[in-house]
Design a binder for this molecule. Structure first.
Ligand code: ATP
Length: 241
């Protein structure tokens, strides 16, 4: 579904953030990308969603393809219309707008009213708390609820592939568990997911496949359950040993 081939990305012509990454998100799967700060995870998502240029980044070599078509060089709006929607790191919901208005903003590019109504129903099924708090301002929600709203807003565009940038950031363990479960449910409903995470326990728990990035390169990859058993992942990302 999504394939990244020998991708190289630099910022300002100097900082090599991604140095020859190849990876696949097969249709219908959850794929996790792990790695420490500065490994290039956010850069990878920016490249896929077409927002790299806003950060003064550039693709130097390689390609991103989605359903057989190249995404490299497309603008963010085109990429959303092709079915890829990103939930940015730090949530970035509209704090002054209500929950309902935030969701409506997410569905704006979607002209199909029936699809939009269905997406809204799906969001309220996944996150009943958003229905309860529909008329409240986004800024008044808890951190976990804001993350749910950010995911809900992205789902309003009915994506085929959802890109999640560190959804667990700053949340309590119990809430992180809920977010992990909901990612699994979103996937079972037919949406593929590329999940960038520092919380390896959550990410490997929900993912089918995983990649570990280390200073811009893939250092490990494979089935998530197998990766979780490797010494490197146990030691560096799961805090054992
Ligand atoms: P984090 O979890 O801290 O966001 P990350 O794995 O997502 O880390 P990136 O943010 O992709 O890593 O950063 C990869 C490299 O690119 C780092 O060396 C970082 O300093 C650099 N970098 C990221 N954004 C920019 C930018 N806008 N301009 C210059 N360098 C950047």
């Amino acid at each position: 579904m999504l394939s990244i081939d020998s991708l190289q990305v630099t910022y300002g012509g100097a900082v090599e953030a991604v140095r020859g990454v190849t990876m696949e998100v097969p249709d219908g799967t959850v794929v996790a990308v792990l790695g420490s700060n500065g490994a290039g995870k956010s850069t990878l998502l920016r490249t896929i969603s077409g927002t790299l240029r806003l950060h003064r980044g550039r693709v130097d070599a390689g390609e991103v393809r989605f359903e057989g078509q190249t995404l490299t060089g497309r603008d963010p709006g085109q990429i959303v219309r092709q079915g890829i929607v990103q939930v940015p790191e730090g949530r970035r919901i509209f704090g002054r707008l209500t929950v309902e208005e935030n969701l409506r903003a997410g569905g704006m590019g979607n002209r199909d009213r029936a699809a939009k109504a269905k997406a809204r129903e799906r969001v309220f099924d996944l996150f009943p708390v958003l229905k309860e708090r529909n008329t409240q301002r986004g800024g008044l929600l808890s951190g976990g609820e804001q993350q749910m709203l950010a995911i809900g807003r992205a789902l309003m565009a009915s994506p085929k592939l959802l890109l999640l940038d560190e959804p667990s950031l700053g949340l309590a363990p119990r809430i992180i568990g809920q977010i992990g479960e909901v990612i699994g449910e979103i996937n079972r409903q037919g949406t593929s997911v590329l999940l960038v995470e520092q919380n390896a326990t959550m990410a490997l728990g929900v993912a089918d496949l995983a990649y570990v990035l280390d200073v811009g390169k893939v250092s490990l990859s494979g089935a998530a359950a197998e990766l979780a058993r490797t010494d490197e992942v146990q030691r560096l990302y799961l805090g054992h040993g």
